[in-house]
Design a protein around this ligand. Structure first.
Ligand code: SF4
Length: 449
């Protein structure tokens, strides 16, 4: 346990209309539901070629396979089959790495690599080595680059961790979610505490210096005590960061979620109080709150970024990644370049086929000047809880923002918007005021809290 400037309990005010509103998570702006099919391989290649020679790069590699599917999962993933084997996918990712590198100047420096999924630990040590060999062959990887991977404690073996560590892995994100065996059974993710302990020990022995824990609230059968138990576990194991995600029940989009009965879910204020319990437990344990769902130990790079105004959002959530371009590899991966955001096909078979002849890009968007201005405001609100609002955005936001100011969630001094402490849990609602497309055509999203 630690003591920090953030220690102390805060009581959250429950406001049902805001807490239960469906709001985008804004990991990017414009959000992915505005991507269109008029962006394909040609425009992606032009954007890659237009990157200045001295650009820094952040690379994301999506491994869309898991040994078994958790019912709450919202990721692009599946269980590998004979028709859809991991090796064929890894070969395609290596082909994509070569193809993308061919469009870039070789003077660019890679400052960050992130393996996400799915479960990157499903790769064999040889496949991990194959990917790292390609990355080091085609890119200049900075010696101080952060190299991170999302790992499932149940899939962690000394062999696979050593393969990642040999490539330079220096941060792991462990999916812990919840410790209670009853809740684990209801989400089809049986993961005894000893398995997680063993995974952490393997990482430490392999010299992987930092690790994050992901945990959840709002799961079927979950109580506040379960949330506190998991948060305390993360703190006592000295996780460097903890992310607390609310379960997003969207069975119309994710068919495995149909195995979860809506009547088992903590509803209304109980779900909200679980988010509050997680935050208060972690803050009392000495973690600094980062934005609306991350917590970082004092001295962690995310905590430093938050303190020094360098916190940002990208597709993985809060980050201190300041690379000029984020390039995604693999099925469903999203790339964000100056002037263009684009996404690869989500279908692994089509991905493997398409990458043979071209970049597997199927949709995207070139943000307009207005999108860039709105995105900057949304980012500032979500990262710093305050923002200077350009006049035209403020006028457009008035009908939705005014009631929130009246409810004490935010204050306005001239064009400077500040989220109040009462409004902090509702920061996504406040940010959404500046997303014109959302208020014109609200879509179905996860709950705000
Ligand atoms: S291990 Fe992670 S990515 Fe795989 S099914 Fe479970 S939640 Fe989804």
């Amino acid at each position: 346990m630690r003591v920090s400037r953030h220690s102390g309990m805060r009581a959250w005010t429950y406001l049902a209309d805001y807490a239960q509103a469906q709001i985008p998570r804004y990991t990017s702006y414009p959000p992915a539901n505005r991507f269109a099919a008029d962006v394909g391989a040609g425009r992606a290649r032009d954007a890659l070629r237009a990157l200045p020679a001295q650009s820094t790069l952040s690379l994301y590699l999506h491994i869309p396979f898991c040994k078994k599917l958790c019912w709450y999962c919202g990721c692009h993933t599946s269980v590998p089959t004979i028709a859809d084997p991991v090796q064929a996918y890894v070969d395609a990712v290596v082909a994509e790495i070569a193809r993308v590198a061919g469009a870039l100047s070789d003077t660019m420096r890679v400052t960050r690599i992130h393996f996400g999924g799915g479960s990157p630990d499903i790769l064999s040590p040889k496949q991990v080595e194959q990917i790292f060999t390609a990355l080091f062959a085609y890119f200049r990887i900075d010696p101080s680059a952060e190299i991170a991977a999302e790992l499932d404690p149940r899939g962690i073996t000394p062999e696979v961790v050593h393969a990642f560590a040999a490539g330079g892995l220096n941060r792991a994100s462990l999916g812990v979610q919840v410790l209670d065996p009853g809740v684990q059974a209801r989400i089809n993710r049986i993961q005894p505490r000893e398995v997680i302990d063993a995974a952490i020990d393997i990482l430490r022995r392999a010299g992987v210096g930092t690790f994050n824990i992901d945990m959840m609230y709002g799961l079927p059968g979950q109580t506040r005590d379960h949330v506190v138990e998991t948060a305390l576990y993360a703190a006592t194991r000295n996780a460097d960061r903890v992310a607390t995600f609310g379960y997003a029940h969207v069975p119309w989009m994710k068919r495995y979620q149909k195995s979860i009965s809506t009547s088992d879910l903590p509803a209304g204020e109980e779900r909200f109080r679980q988010a509050e319990a997680a935050a208060n437990t972690l803050e009392q344990a000495g973690y600094a709150p980062i934005g609306f769902d991350h917590f970082a130990a004092p001295g962690d790079s995310l905590e430093t970024a938050e303190r020094t105004g360098r916190l940002r959002r990208n597709f993985q959530g809060y980050t201190d990644d300041d690379a000029a371009a984020l390039i995604g590899f693999g099925a469903s991966a999203i790339s964000s370049l100056p002037g263009l955001v684009y996404q690869n096909t989500t279908d692994t078979a089509i991905y493997r086929e398409q990458v043979i002849s071209d970049l597997p890009v199927v949709r995207g968007i070139a943000p307009s000047e207005a999108d860039i201005r709105a995105g900057r405001v949304i980012d500032n609100i979500l990262c710093n809880f305050e923002a200077d609002i350009p006049g035209e955005l403020l006028i457009a936001a008035c009908p939705v923002l005014t009631p929130m100011i009246a409810d004490g969630l935010a204050s306005l001094a001239g064009t400077r918007l500040t989220v109040t402490s009462r409004g902090r849990p509702y920061v996504r609602n406040i940010a959404s005021c500046f997303d014109g497309s959302f208020h014109l055509a609200p879509a179905r999203h996860s709950m705000a809290i």
